[in-house]
Design a binder for this molecule. Structure first.
Ligand code: PLP
Length: 418
């Protein structure tokens, strides 16, 4: 059977693949600690469950508008206006008509790329990136252009890198930003976003678009010396209102991954294009999930605060345990729920961290995700969105394995790469 050629370019999601492997080993009776999860381990708040029960009693089970119910779009507009108050003060506040509700942030991002990217268009994506971003560009037959960031800037896109990007790809059509970032946990400050905005405003071609993936907006750790509060791209760069698509959803903030509620916020012209795709592919998302989402968008601040405190505690726990491995650099995430670990020192000669990831799974019983899918082949991603006991056990196993490995690598002269 001939499969469409565009699929030859697209990779399988490495996150889903490792998760499936971990589950398979578990089903064979192996004791596996699964630290691959890209989802909160919290349950959906009771009041959200109540909203669904009520919607069911009221028979809200028919097709909805393809773009989503008006009350939900209005709630999204209100949330976005709060986070982008400079848009409200200086320009046009967001209206329900500028929002499309979709099946998760994933579909919102895919719709946006499909709506705006023509075959051959170049899309700049800083690496490390979320596994699906470049693959979606390829599905739209665009050309992902990777802007490689480094640990020295906490894996954030800098003014120099972006300017270089515009020089290297003068016809680039789009930049995909993701803050807080999966997999690095980095969060761009307002100052950093404003500096990037200055580069965009002065160097970008006329119809250049920013797609700002803000799905982890509610998982940002309290400000310390190094931490920044969450800042939406358009709060920092309001001038780019009509050339930015903001992507968000409830998967991470309200622990509703399985409910599939996401959205895009963009000018009427862009929203009309996105709506056309939504209307001819998925139609409106599940009607009960939409009712739940309206309630989830009114959750009180203390709901988010308690989750953040719990994530932060677990980030500290895993950092403390992992710091026992000499030479293992553990990042200090400012948001989301991942550690991104540089494994170069533990890889075999000429090897990436992908085979190491398989060995860790088989020999130590800990499932992690190879960095390759995120654009950093010497790294592994560890999710600390698991109960503390499992997290501690998984990290202890990893420490034990890596210390032993380090000892054996030190004994074979050609073993290590420092
Ligand atoms: N963007 C990023 C950076 C993500 O990590 C994810 C999910 O892992 C998504 C978007 C998509 O989220 P959703 O589950 O709402 O489709």
């Amino acid at each position: 059977m001939r499969i469409a050629r565009r699929l030859n370019l697209v990779q399988e999601s490495s996150t889903l693949k490792m998760n499936a492997l971990a589950l398979e080993l578990r089903s064979q009776g192996k004791d596996i600690i699964n630290l691959t999860a890209g989802e909160p381990d919290f349950f959906v708040p009771e009041r959200v469950k109540d909203a669904v029960r009520q919607a069911l009693l009221e028979n809200k089970s028919k097709y909805t508008l393809a773009v989503g119910n008006l009350d939900l779009r209005q709630a999204v507009a209100n949330k976005t206006n709060l986070q982008q108050s400079r848009i409200v003060d200086r320009l046009q506040p967001w209206r329900a008509e500028e929002i499309v509700i979709s099946n998760g942030g994933k579909q919102a991002l895919f719709n946006s790329i499909l709506a705006m990217i023509d075959p051959g268009d170049e899309v700049m994506i800083p690496s490390p990136y979320w596994v699906s971003s470049p693959e979606m560009v390829k599905l739209a037959e665009g050309q992902p252009r990777i802007l490689k960031t480094t640990p020295s800037t906490h894996f954030k896109l800098t003014v120099d890198l972006l300017s270089q990007g515009f020089r290297d790809y003068p016809k680039a059509r789009m930049l995909i930003l993701n803050s807080p970032n999966n997999p690095t946990g980095s969060v761009y400050s307002e100052v950093e976003l404003r500096a990037l905005g200055d580069v965009i405003v002065t160097q970008a071609p006329g119809d250049f678009l920013v797609v700002s993936d803000e799905i982890y907006d509610r998982i940002v750790f309290p400000q310390g010396k190094a931490n920044s509060p969450f800042c939406s791209f358009l709060q920092a760069v309001p001038a780019w209102r009509n050339q930015t698509i903001t992507i968000n959803g409830l998967s991470k903030s309200a622990a509703m991954t399985g409910w599939r509620v996401g959205w895009s916020v963009a000018s009427g012209e862009i929203t009309a294009a996105i709506s056309k795709i939504q209307g001819q592919s998925a139609s409106g998302i599940n009607s009960l999930a939409q009712a739940a989402a309206v309630t989830a968008l009114s959750l009180p601040e203390d709901y988010f605060a308690s989750q953040i405190a719990s994530y932060q505690e677990r980030a500290k726990l895993s950092e403390r345990i992992l710091s026992q491995v000499p030479g293992l650099v553990v990042n200090h995430p400012e948001g989301a729920f991942y550690h991104f670990l540089n494994m170069q020192r533990f890889c075999g000669v000429g090897e990436t961290a992908t085979p190491l990831c398989s060995r860790i799974l088989q020999e130590a019983g800990v499932a992690l995700v190879p960095g390759q899918g995120f654009g950093e082949e010497n790294f592994l991603r560890l999710s600390f969105s698991v109960p503390k006991d499992s997290l501690a056990e998984g990290c202890e196993r990893l420490v034990h394995y890596l210390k032993k490995l380090d000892g054996s690598l030190a004994e074979t002269p050609s073993g290590t790469q420092s």
